[in-house]
Ligand binder design. Structure first.
Ligand SMILES: *Cc1c(COP(=O)(O)O)cnc(C)c1O
Length: 391
């Protein structure tokens, strides 16, 4: 069915079938950590891979499987693999490819924990990373070394919403035999499908738009059957960062309304971005749908919608950022994103406070930068709340 239906239908039905035991339409929540093997012979056949069957939930779980099939359908991927968190998806996808002595070229304006993973944790394992301004594919090309195994992108990137030309980078990597990984958390497959442009692997924090209701942490990797099988059989199975069935259940529930929610996130964020552009207290606004975005043309080419994330710079720097955080009432001062609620953060004093000022500024995170995850409330209410803080 995956190729016959539209994305709204897939978000509701892909991977689902009435439960054969009861006829229940809602996917059963299978909490079992181990499964009856039948007989010694059947068990041997399952272990040998000759017979399909579940053995142990770290190796596979029926509720988690439905989520995997659904995300694969949405991302137009052959297969997908669910993980305990977005970071587990990213570390699994990377460790599936890189070994000690290998090299990664990564966009520098990325999720801070991903930056730390590469700069500290992977570095300690003998895996080096060169961070580049990935808005220009030529910077990526110049950083490639003979031992480069992965090009890592995030588009739109956290927090300033810089884009990478996915088609150009995929073509460059293919010609050099390098694996491309793209974090598609901000866009979601509703707004952008990196695999359609030739990217090899997509990673997600399902904690954000997929779950969509701020109540589950999870991650997903999507790509070719071969890559996903290797991720499942090696790094995920043995490092162990699998998704709990209950979280798979919640995320599956969330995904049913993903296309509908993204429509509203897109519309609300666009309206908020346009409004902010007119405010005297605001120096600039970054939103890929605005003509003022430096990569507006690229956004038109590779995105179908521009997402729910908006960021802007206040004239008043750190103090103005702190004032706004304390003045808003409807917008919640909180990290994370993709919630039904509007969330607001001031990265310089929170998410990026652990990053040195020089590094912060090289990623575009200035003192007055504010990041908004525009929610599903009435847009007039969101705008009125922000205006109160900007006055
Ligand atoms: C939140 C986030 C992550 C990490 O996901 P967790 O579920 O918190 O582990 C990675 N990338 C992006 C873009 C994110 O927003």
């Amino acid at each position: 069915m995956e190729n016959q239906f539209g994305i709204n239908t897939l978000a509701i039905h892909a991977g689902e079938a009435p439960d054969p035991a009861t006829g229940a339409l809602v996917p059963p929540l299978h909490l079992a950590n181990t499964f009856f093997l039948g007989s010694a012979e059947e068990g041997a056949a399952i272990f040998a891979g000759e017979k399909a069957g579940y053995v142990y939930s770290r190796w596979g779980n029926p509720t988690v499987d439905i989520l995997q099939t659904r995300v694969a359908a949405l991302e137009n991927a052959q297969a997908a693999l669910a993980t305990a968190s977005g970071m587990a998806a990213i570390s699994t996808a990377l460790l599936n490819v890189v070994r000690a002595g290998d090299h990664i070229v990564a966009a520098k304006a990325i999720y801070p924990s991903t930056f730390h993973l590469m700069q500290s944790e992977l570095h300690a394992l003998g895996i080096a990373t060169t961070f580049v301004d990935a808005t220009d594919a030529r910077n990526i090309e110049r950083a490639i070394q003979p031992n480069t195994k992965v090009i890592y992108l995030e588009s739109p990137g956290n927090p300033i919403l810089a884009l990478c030309d996915l088609r150009a980078v995929a073509a460059l990597a293919k010609s050099r035999g390098i694996t491309t990984i793209c974090d598609n958390t901000f866009a979601t497959p509703i707004n952008q499908r990196p695999l359609d442009f030739g990217i090899d692997v997509v990673v997600h924090s399902a904690t954000k738009y997929f779950g969509g209701h701020g109540d589950a942490v999870g991650g997903v990797i999507a790509g070719s059957r071969e890559i996903i099988k290797r991720c499942a059989d090696e790094p995920l199975r043995f490092f162990g960062g699998i998704l709990a069935p209950f979280n798979a259940y919640l995320i599956l529930r969330g995904i049913q309304t993903l296309p509908l929610r993204m429509e509203r996130h897109n519309a609300n964020a666009f309206a908020v971005a346009r409004h902010l552009e007119k405010q005297h207290a605001v120096k600039w606004v970054s939103y890929p749908g605005l003509e003022s975005h430096p990569q507006f043309a690229l956004a038109q080419k590779q995105m179908r919608g521009f997402g729910g994330m908006v960021c802007f710079e206040l004239h008043g720097g750190l103090d103005a950022g702190a004032h706004l955080m304390n003045a808003v009432k409807l917008c919640s001062l909180a990290v994370s994103l993709g919630d039904t609620r509007t969330l607001i953060v001031h990265p310089a004093s929170t998410t990026h406070s652990v990053v040195s000022r020089a590094e912060r500024e090289s990623q575009g995170v200035t003192d007055g930068l504010v990041r908004l995850s525009v929610g599903l409330e009435d847009v007039d209410d969101i705008v009125a709340d922000l205006e109160r803080g900007l006055d």
